[in-house]
Design a protein around this ligand. Structure first.
Ligand code: UD1
Length: 342
């Protein structure tokens, strides 16, 4: 075991989970992955082996199952990072119960065990989706009110934060942190791990790289009449390795506390990028001309949102370090690497 102790990483074979695994090992923790690979691929594990030069500990268990208890009996966890959840907005509208069962059921299962086994430090994967359509305010900080969810997926993040808050009320010794991610993109610079969308990607950058490599015929840019400088939506894209590092900082912070807390922290760069700007960044990095065309707006899209990143700087001493150019380069390297494997 590494010196800083075992950390339970639910969804550790997933996109953000796997990158966090790498940063945890680098920081001296021993991550224990809980993942049943329903939404991830085993080739990620080979990548983790190569990057970290360690044999990942993996428990192939459903996050909602009673068997998760065995893990808590086997390992004395210093903390928990809870990623395991579904995240496709459109699918959640069609199959809401699937989302509530997995995202809420999984969270409650893990929290019950955290309570029973007195694992106090807990990091929750939340999302900037909790802010909804921020209206005139584009730069959102953590004091902004949580909006009404516009999808069951978004609702699972809002309810998740509420469950954590309710638990903290009665168990103030818990050290809780909900990280509100903006738009994670990119891949590990080694090209060994990255995002592995199952089926047709919903998110922008995987769609760009899949179009470039020929898995998709063309990219549709959803809307060109938004009130933004180039008419396309603006998001705060954050490199997944920066996001992974924020989890390590969050865990270090929580474990170092002498009393309980319940914090909500934005994880973004503080900078907005439009859809067209991201496409241009990809084209100039790869020297390729992407096949794309404008299409109608996508229902539920927010015009413009980016993080006020002050709180993460102050509390976690964390700052993003990678650029958009780094992210498109790394995502492209990963896409090309993936093409050789699958
Ligand atoms: C989406 C979810 C968000 C979730 C996140 C998970 C919605 C409304 N929001 O964020 O709740 O936390 O994914 O990663 O679904 N775009 C195109 N063409 C495409 C794909 C995307 O033009 O083929 C545009 C979208 O309209 C948007 C931008 O790219 O303006 C980013 O889209 P996406 O990557 O799906 O992220 P979000 O919608 O911001």
């Amino acid at each position: 075991m590494n010196s800083k102790g075992y950390v339970l990483v639910t969804g550790g074979a997933g996109y953000i989970g796997s990158h966090t695994f790498v940063e945890l090992v680098k920081a001296g923790y021993t991550p224990v992955i809980l993942d049943d690979f329903r939404n991830s691929n085993r080739i990620v594990i080979e990548g983790l082996r190569r990057i970290t030069d360690t044999e990942p500990i993996i428990a192939e268990v459903d996050v909602c199952s009673a068997d998760v208890r065995d893990l808590f009996k086997t390992y004395s966890f210093a903390g928990i990072i809870h990623f395991a959840a579904y995240k496709a907005v459109g699918e959640s509208v069609k199959e809401p119960l699937k989302y509530y069962k997995n995202n809420i059921g999984g969270l409650v299962n893990i929290l019950l065990l955290a309570e029973e086994f007195k694992v106090r430090s807990f990091v929750f994967s939340s999302s900037c989706t909790v802010y909804g359509e921020p209206g005139d305010v584009k730069e959102v900080d953590e004091h902004m009110p949580v909006a009404k969810a516009n999808s069951p997926y978004g609702n699972t993040k809002i309810i998740g934060e509420q469950i954590i808050t309710d638990l903290y009320q009665t168990n103030p010794e818990f050290r809780m942190m909900s990280l509100r991610y903006f738009n994670p993109i990119g891949a590990h610079p080694s090209g060994e791990i990255g995002e592995y969308p199952i089926g047709r990607p919903n998110n922008l950058l995987p769609f760009i790289t899949q179009t470039a490599i020929g898995k998709q015929d063309s990219l549709t840019v959803f809307g060109n009449d938004y009130p933004t400088p180039d008419g396309t939506c603006i998001r705060d894209y954050i490199h997944v390795c920066d996001l992974a590092m924020a989890h390590v900082k969050a865990l270090d912070y929580l474990i170092g506390l002498h009393e309980g807390c319940n914090e909500f922290v934005n994880v973004g760069t503080g900078k907005g990028t439009s859809v067209l700007e991201l496409i241009k960044a990809f084209e100039s990095m790869s020297a390729m001309k992407l096949n794309w065309a404008f299409g109608p707006r996508r229902a539920g899209d927010v015009t413009e949102i980016y993080a006020n990143a002050e709180r993460s700087r102050q509390l976690l001493k964390w700052n993003s370090t990678f650029t958009i150019e780094d992210a498109v380069r790394d995502a492209w390297r990963w896409e090309k690497n993936l093409a050789q494997h699958v």
